[in-house]
Ligand binder design. Structure first.
Ligand code: GDP
Length: 534
């Protein structure tokens, strides 16, 4: 069963074999290392992030950029595709820093499953929990990899208990570790009754797995020292009594996570995890849209933009829009309808993130991620179809939690600043508000580090030094209601009103009291902390 590429024989085989997922973890748990091993075993490959490499050389100013650069593929590769057995994996990267939670949230709208990596000594850490909560909002299936078993780690039962209690999800062991730290020998494969031993001599090599006939098989004694074997037998027996058996349906529904134990740096446990993603991970799932859901098996192509990366090449102000294909079979040169503008777009140079370089995509299927170079037409939340007026749903924009006003160091360059800010707003890197009174802009972000990154990018990419200053406002809310009601409200509250980069009306304030007052005094309008991106 394990090599079979589909849980749904009714899907076209090319779609059924796809697994599109992200890795969620706390910094340092081993996401980068695991990604590298995926690529190694996937015989890959290209990292989409290399499309950013040219720009990166110039972005060494802020520590963050340096950090991104040092960390290599974990933050710079946006999408990676590789094959393993009969499966085609699409791994979509989530930005590692907690300040970029909004970007992360949108990335998670483009995947069907997540691999949660935890450090065996540290268990569930803060960032893992945050990301897990985002996955839970969408009931994403989660597969867990407990890493660094070659180091002193916690007791296996402790780790499992902690996940169950902390994250309120059933945990079922797919493998069971034998020894730990310097004694770590390998794992007992609970699903296939095999012994997987770690090769300590060659980190990139995987030792042959040994078929055994259950825990009483005398063959075990030739491979596992007596004291470890006794313990293994006890623990596995207990685990089988106390923990739920693997229920594939519960995994798909996101209420149970299978856990594999391993050591990414030693390439150990990684193949079993990959098998697990293929076998228990979901094939491309239907995507929410207005006015109807889109199913992967539909023959017509539909895709959603979930991320835009700008200025990959400073000489051309080009951008790449990352599109998750929700349905159909895409072929290069296709003319698709850009739903927001209702205009046709010929997709002549799409990029697939496979093979040794950023490669032109000749074709792609539902579940795949393609990059579409463009000059700014494509924005986060946009939908491309073969004509039907569908709109992506569930790609939200969050109200920023920090606001600052921004000025160009040179007042003559105000127009340039506006252009730069609009571009970053479209890219989703920040919220930009133009107050209806006065000049200048207010920039809103989710985490303070984003101001720094933004300042350094504006300077490097546009040659414009900028200053951020405290703003008189601390909160922003979108104003919703029918057009007349919103207009009336805006006219009566001019000193609080601004427009975002889409021209939507925003209410700025520093007092919760103001927000409550609006809700009381203006029953025709509502203030919201999120808006759907269109
Ligand atoms: P990320 O921040 O989650 O991307 O983590 P990295 O993959 O960069 O790993 C963080 C550190 O842990 C690096 O120094 C890795 O070499 C180390 N590391 C990763 N996997 C393992 C492992 O299985 N065992 C040990 N001992 N160290 C590991």
């Amino acid at each position: 069963m394990l090599d079979q590429a589909t849980n749904r024989p009714d899907l076209p085989p090319e779609i059924a074999r796809r697994r599109t997922f992200a890795i969620i973890s706390h910094p340092d748990a081993g996401k980068t290392t695991l990604t590298e091993k995926f690529l190694l075993f996937g015989g890959a490959i290209q990292m989409a992030g290399q499309v950013r490499a040219k720009g990166e050389a110039r972005r060494t100013r802020s520590d963050f950029m340096q950090m991104e650069k040092d960390r290599g593929i974990s933050v710079s590769a946006s999408a990676m595709s590789f094959d393993f057995k009969n499966f085609r994996f699409n791994l979509v990267d989530t930005p590692g820093h907690s300040d970029f939670s909004e970007d992360t949230y949108r990335t998670l709208t483009a995947v069907d499953a997540a691999v949660m990596v935890i450090d065996g000594a540290k268990g569930v850490e803060s960032q893992t929990r945050k990301l897990f909560e985002v996955c839970r909002l969408r009931d994403l299936p989660i597969l867990t990899f407990c890493n660094k078993m070659d180091r002193e780690s916690r007791e296996t039962f402790d780790i499992i208990d902690e996940i169950q209690e902390n994250l309120a999800i059933d945990v079922t062991p797919a493998s069971w570790p034998i020894g730990m730290g310097s004694d770590f020998l390998g794992c007992y494969d609970m699903l296939r009754d095999r012994l997987e031993l770690m090769d300590r001599k060659d980190r990139n090599r995987v030792a042959e797995s040994i078929e055994i006939k259950g825990l009483q098989d005398p063959l075990l004694e030739t491979h596992v020292p007596a004291h470890l074997l006794e313990r293994l037998r006890e623990e596995v027996e207990m685990a089988r009594e106390l923990l739920p058996p693997l229920d594939p349906q519960a995994v798909l529904e996101g209420t149970m996570t299978p856990i594999w134990f391993g050591s990414a740096i030693n390439s150990f446990g990684v193949k079993e995890l990959m098998d697990g993603i293929g076998t228990y991970g979901p094939e491309p799932q239907p995507q929410n849209a207005d006015p109807r859901q889109v199913s992967p098996e539909e023959t017509k192509v539909c895709g959603f933009v979930f991320k835009v990366q700008a200025n990959m090449d400073p000489k051309h102000r080009d951008r790449v829009a990352f599109v998750r294909l929700a349905s159909g079979h895409f072929e290069r040169g296709m003319k698709l309808t850009h739903v927001r503008s209702k205009k046709p777009m010929a997709i002549t140079n799409p990029v697939l993130f496979l093979a040794s370089d950023r490669e032109l995509a000749e074709e792609a299927w539902a579940g795949d991620i393609i990059g579409i170079p463009n000059h700014g037409q494509l924005r986060i939340g946009d939908t491309l179809t073969e004509g039907e007026m569908l709109r992506a749903k569930g790609i939200p924009s969050f109200a920023p939690e920090l606001l600052q006003s921004v000025r160009a160091g040179d007042p003559m360059k105000a127009k340039h600043l506006e252009k730069a800010l609009m571009q970053f707003a479209e890219e989703g890197a920040a919220k930009v508000f133009k107050p209806s009174i006065g000049s200048g802009f207010i920039v809103g972000v989710v985490g303070a580090l984003q101001f720094e990154v933004l300042g350094s990018r504006i300077e490097l990419e546009y040659g414009l030094p900028v200053r951020f200053e405290a703003s008189q406002f601390t909160s922003a809310r979108w104003v919703n209601g029918d057009r007349l009601a919103v207009e009336k409200f805006a006219n009566a509250n001019k000193q609080h009103i601004a427009h975002d980069h889409d021209g939507d009306v925003v209410y700025l304030t520093r007092l919760q009291w103001d927000i409550d007052r609006v809700e009381r005094d203006y029953p025709d309008v509502t203030l919201t902390a999120t808006k759907e991106m269109m």
